[in-house]
Write a new protein. Structure first.
Lengths: 221, 221
DNA sequence: ACATGCATTAATGTATACAATCATACGAGA
DNA sequence: TCTCGTATGATTGTATACATTAATGCATGT
């Protein structure tokens, strides 16, 4: 699937439009005309149509037959809902990972944490971009480690949805430090095969992220 | 979206192939050739391609660039995972519904329960088809009532995934009776605005379905 | 006999052409 | 003036044609 998204025009068009919707370039109720998009991206209507059909399935676009495609986008409430659900699901994920994680995955998560701490130790010159990327990788590995295609799929989708929101929100150094500490605790619980603890920690980890969002004046309802 | 799936060729092709995968007509690793599918369905490759791209996004098909589309399907473990996650999410759904449900939705769920009991009272001549359809409608309304696009979307997807599995598994009259009783309890809790109770009941409702599956020798790991 | 390279073939990837549908504007009639 | 019908333009829906890529088989050389 990654190969496909990488190499085919349709896949790239899909990613591009998706990003443009999530980043806010295209806004709610904007009409997405196939010909216009194709011209802008330098491709024909065919790949654009494929992309729009995929986006509709994802719920980011609404297609009215013989009329057109309209941006649905995701609201702040949607993002808040996603975090609420992630809190539950990441807990379940950590619980399942206790039974399914491999040594390689444990090592990879360990390494990601070390890299994160290294980034952080740079002091005020640390790259927020790098930190969020590492955070993303940590969660991705955890998703894989659950041993469940289904759960991994849902969580990966959710994660990509809120990615732009995270980028736009300033990540405080304080929050980054605490986040990494929480990652370490989660990893420790999984290593110790303590399912109960792993679930609770992963659960609370997301709740803490939500508290942080709230503090920054994020719409919660 | 329903209009789209209904009226356009691409939408119908998508639904058809999706059903054929979920029902087992196309099995794991089967190759889905665009031309062959188009010929079989009496359409050109274009709508078939759109459908395959959508199915890939859903995880039911894997596309290897310049090679072809292969059925991924869903395993018994996948279905089991879905029920596990549904247990969590339906709980959350019922909790949220307590705050967002409308009078109309309450009435509709009430009516669905009455119709279900009517079907059941027919005795041994009751239609399992009808019962499962009503069960589906009950849950759909509940999903809507959560007031969350995101949650509703995920649960609807999950529900459609396990639908074929439910059809193939014999629904015992005993289980149907208990299921309707549980629906009544859930509805009662929501009416009473008892979020805690609603969540717990919805949660357990799915767990009971899982126990029933297990009793029928369903693979759980 | 086996490996390698090229030609052939069949599939997908993309673009374009044609058909069907919908929105808009204009004009005729009440 | 208002309404309804029609014509026109624009957009989507579908089919087909062309380009590109990958697999297969055969021939050739070692």
């Amino acid at each position: 699937m990654d190969d496909y998204q990488e190499h085919s025009l349709g896949g790239r068009v899909f990613q591009k439009i998706r990003e443009d919707i999530l980043s806010g370039k295209y806004q709610e109720h904007d009409e997405l005309r196939e010909a216009a998009l194709g011209k802008e991206l330098g491709v024909s209507r065919t790949p654009v149509r494929e992309a729009l059909r995929q986006l509709e399935l994802e719920g980011l676009v609404t297609i009215i037959p013989n009329r057109g495609a309209y941006v649905t986008g995701i609201s702040q409430k949607d993002i808040w809902d996603i975090y609420s659900l992630r809190s539950l699901l990441e807990g379940m994920c950590a619980r399942w990972a206790v039974e399914h994680i491999t040594e390689e995955q444990l090592d990879e998560m360990e390494e990601i944490i070390l890299l994160s701490e290294f980034q952080l130790k740079k002091g005020s010159g640390f790259s927020a971009e790098q930190i969020t990327a590492l955070d993303g990788r940590f969660h991705d590995v955890l998703y894989e480690a659950s041993g469940s295609r289904i759960l991994s799929h849902v969580l990966t989708d959710f994660h990509s949805y809120v990615q732009p929101a995270r980028k736009s929100s300033v990540i405080s150094e304080d929050r980054a430090r605490k986040s990494i500490r929480e990652h370490k605790q989660i990893l420790r619980a999984i290593r110790d095969r303590d399912a109960e603890m792993a679930e609770q920690l992963a659960n609370e980890h997301i709740l803490h992220v939500m508290q942080n969002l709230k503090k920054q004046g994020y719409q919660t309802d």
